[in-house]
Ligand binder design. Structure first.
Ligand code: 3MF
Ligand code: MG
Ligand code: MG
Length: 412
């Protein structure tokens, strides 16, 4: 093939996107509770070993592009949109006004706000640092984000305590730090009760998000399970206001079965918000877009969530790869991520309705018939053939994933 001049590259990519097919209309996409983070679309491709590959993008452009794609909700950190120095000042109010206008004119809603407590130098020793002034500032920041959330009409506040941990042991006394961290969350919930009254709105749903590694070397609340224990530890003054925002990859990173982690949150009634993406076990936080690495696992996850009537947001917390251009972020990365999610969600409906899976599941639950409860050999024998259905169900799910259940075969 001859070299493709830069002026022809977009039309080539566009033609190949069209050739892929499988896209949904913006109207269809808006039917799902999918949210697009400001930071995901504005990610410039930078990291410790990576210089940026994309130009900065402001919230007006992100909101406009999400609107065109059909992503109905937008999420943000306070400092994604308001410079740290402008917080608590008129500048904050001016920016919030501009955000409201941008959301309105593009038909989006703000579903979630979150406080950046990991990037700025003030968080070097975490938001629950030894110095009381850091903790007092953190409490003010959290309350301020709650206020912004109410101004923008959000339903959720998320807390990823990224820097709650350490590189070297010794200085940090974990029980004390966790108590201080709880005080921060308590301050946010208590502020919310007051602010919600002023706005005549329900309080926000406060959701904790765990990640096992990064940016600290050791993390005090590394998993969703650790956070469930923290929520019911007695340290929170309003545990009923606090739930979870698990992230698919964050659970996978530590080696968990994400579906089992979600199931534990469901059992506790705490699965309120969900960051969706993909990646690999026991690697760093690669934040690949949903379904590009583990589509079968994702199908299983969505079967679980559909079966339990999960109705919260699916937040597209991924990073478009550094190889994707600014234009490509909105032309390809976000629309295809949403479309894979929708397809997997609908496929999960196919799995739930599938007659083979239904009958096999019912048969497994029926068991092999009454056996002497103390005759172990008889119990084994009663189920011997039925247990083969475990593998049959897994096979059937792969068939559904690859379209083989509709007769897709190769003629060889
Ligand atoms: C980090 C994350 C965060 C959180 C966000 C809270 C930058 O790995 O996942 O995204 O999701 O801070 O919403
Ligand atoms: Mg996340
Ligand atoms: Mg992540």
């Amino acid at each position: 093939m001859a070299p493709i001049p830069q002026t022809q590259q977009r039309s080539l990519v566009e033609r190949l996107i069209q050739a892929c097919g499988g896209g949904y209309s913006p109207e269809t996409r808006r039917k799902y509770y999918v949210s697009g983070p400001q930071w995901a679309a504005a990610y410039e491709g930078h990291a410790l070993f990576h210089a940026p590959t994309r130009e900065p993008v402001g919230f007006e452009k992100v909101i406009e592009e999400y609107g065109k794609i059909g992503i109905g909700h937008w999420t943000t950190h306070d400092t994604d949109v308001i410079p740290t120095a402008g917080l608590f000042k008129d500048e904050q109010e001016r920016i919030v006004g501009r955000i409201k206008a941008a959301l309105k004119s593009n038909g989006l809603k703000c579903s979630m706000v979150t406080t950046e407590t990991f990037h700025h130098a003030v968080w070097a020793a975490s938001p629950a640092a030894e110095a009381p002034e850091v903790r007092a500032y953190a409490a003010r920041r959290l309350a301020n984000t709650v206020k912004i959330g109410h101004q923008l009409g959000a339903e959720f506040a998320v807390y990823w305590p990224g820097s709650l941990g350490y590189f070297v042991q010794g200085a940090v006394e974990e029980t004390e730090t966790l108590r201080w961290y709880a005080e921060g969350l308590n301050a946010a919930c208590e502020a919310d009760i007051e602010i919600a009254k002023q706005f005549g709105r329900p309080t926000l749903k406060h959701c904790m998000e765990a990640k096992p590694f990064e940016p600290q070397a050791e993390i005090l609340l590394p998993t969703s399970d650790a956070m469930l224990a923290f929520i019911s530890s007695g340290l929170l003054t309003h545990p009923e206001m606090v739930g979870l925002n698990p992230e698919y990859l964050h659970e996978l990173m530590w080696g968990a079965a994400p579906r089992a982690a979600l199931a534990r949150a469901l059992l506790c009634g705490k699965l309120w918000h969900f960051d969706i993406n993909d990646g690999y076990r026991l690697k760093h936080d690669v934040d690949i877009a949903v379904g590009l690495v583990n589509p079968l696992d994702w199908l299983n996850v969505l079967v679980l969530l559909r079966s339990h009537k999960y109705a919260g947001p699916f937040n597209l917390d991924y990073k478009p790869p550094r190889t994707t251009s600014n234009w490509g972020v909105f032309a390809l990365s976000f629309p295809t991520a949403v479309d894979r999610f929708i397809t997997l969600w609908e496929m999960a409906g196919d799995v739930i309705a599938d007659p083979v899976i239904s009958e096999a599941s019912a048969a497994l639950r029926a068991g092999g018939g009454p056996a002497d409860p103390l005759d172990v050999d008889a119990i084994v024998a009663a189920n011997r053939e039925l247990l083969t259905l475990h593998e049959l169900i897994a096979h059937r799910m792969v068939q559904i994933l690859i379209g083989q259940h509709r007769g897709r075969v190769y003629s060889v």
